[in-house]
Each structure stands twice: as C-alpha cells, then as structure tokens.
Design a binder for this molecule. Sequence first.
Ligand SMILES: Cc1cc2nc3c(=O)[nH]c(=O)nc-3n(C[C@H](O)[C@H](O)[C@H](O)COP(=O)(O)O)c2cc1C
Length: 172
Amino acid sequence: MQRPPVPYDHQLSKTLSTLVRPGLLLVGTRPSGESNVMTIGWGTVGVVWGKPTFVVLVRPSRHTFGFIEDSHEFTVNVPAADMREWVGVCGSKSGRDLDKFAAYGIATSPGQNVQTATIDACPMVYECRVVHWSDMIPANLVPEAETSFYRGQDYHRMYFGQILGAYAASDY
Ligand SMILES: Cc1cc2nc3c(=O)[nH]c(=O)nc-3n(C[C@H](O)[C@H](O)[C@H](O)COP(=O)(O)O)c2cc1C
C-alpha cells in the first residue's frame, strides 16, 4: 500500500480508538531481519523531550520484547477493518510457536526510517526509535493495578519511541 508521510497526529483519535478495540499491531525486527508482531491495547501518543513520541508497554514474557531489545526500534501499525481476525491471532498466539506473518500470508516492507518491518495492508504506520525505556516500579503502583494486572510478576517495560515518520494511505 502506498502511504505518503503525514503528521504524527494524523487521525489520532482513530489510532486511539483502534488501540482500545481491536488493538494496534506492534512489530519488532531483529538485526538478522526476522520479524515478529503482537497486538497492543496499551500505549500513548504525545510529545516527550520536544519530539513526537509513541510509548508502548510490553511485558518481558512477550516474544516481541526480545526483538525490541535487540533493535531499539519498533513500528506501530493501525490495522484495517478487515484485519480484525488476524489482530486477534496476534494477541493470542506467540511468535515462539507460530510465524504469524507467514501463517496468514501477511506482507511486510522495511520502514523508511527504521529497519523494522511495517505491515503493507495497514492504512497507517508509525516508525519509532527507542530513545528511553523504563520498567514499572511495583512500589509506585496503586494497589488495584498491582492486583488486577501483575500480582508480583511480568511488569511491563515502557518503551519511549521517537516517531521518526508516520505514513498513511491517502484515503485514510
Ligand atoms: C487486545 C489485546 C491487547 C494487548 N495489549 C498488550 C499490551 O499492550 N502489552 C503487552 O505486553 N501485551 C498485550 N497483549 C498480549 C499480547 O498481544 C499477546 O500475549 C501476544 O500473543 C504476544 O505475542 P508474542 O509472544 O509473539 O510477542 C494484548 C492482547 C490483546 C488481545
């Protein structure tokens, strides 16, 4: 899909509503060229250190975690409406057990500013370079978040991704 450059806040409310349901697609690509994808439902777009930034929250147990650790990059891909079923797969199957791209014939292309893959069928993508990461500090969490989401394990790592480029289909 041809995707001209757009401002990082292009269709931001659509990105945020898709984050809530069905989720966005977070892709990591190792320096070797191997890619993996997972669904994310948590994240935020804004400005940090004066630059457009996409913050994603990834648990260390996710296969994708190692890809971002290795490359210090990620892309966030906004799925098209007809990709809903695959978004569900990406949020329930691990790349450790299944090549989610190959199994569903999903084509990717390298980003324009990063080596990390972008998903061809997605109408909008964000290409991000990790400029900071930070682990959740259990002692600083409100008790209800600790109980509902962690119970002592697999605390998210927050990756602050400077948005080097955002691209969207011209009809999006
Ligand atoms: C709607 C939805 C949102 C999700 N959001 C996140 C998220 O923000 N962070 C996270 O670590 N896992 C999240 N997950 C879980 C991962 O997508 C899931 O564990 C996935 O299978 C991980 O794939 P991987 O092991 O190939 O990285 C979400 C799952 C769903 C279904």
